[in-house]
Design a protein. Sequence first.
Length: 92
Amino acid sequence: MLLVGLEQHTAQGTALLAMIPSALVGSYTHFRHGNLAWAYVPGLVVGVLLGASLGGLLANQMSETLLRVIFSLVLLWTAHRYLVVRPKSQTA
C-alpha cells in the first residue's frame, strides 16, 4: 500500500482478489488427492460468503485510518501467534 500509493481499502480489496487464483488451484489440487472433508464444505461456503459480504460492507463504512489500524493490529496479533505462541503438543 505505502509502496505503490494505494488507499487502504483498495489495497486490501486488491490483495483479497489476488488470493483467489491461488486458493482455487490449491483447492483443486487437494480435491484431486482426495483431501477434502465434503461434510464441512456447505457450512464453510455459507460462512465464507456471509463473512466476506459483511466484512466488505463493514470495511467500506470505516475510515481509512481505522481500517489501517485494525489491519495493523491483526498483522501484529498474527505475528505474535506465529513467533511466540507454541502449539499444543499433538497426541496420536
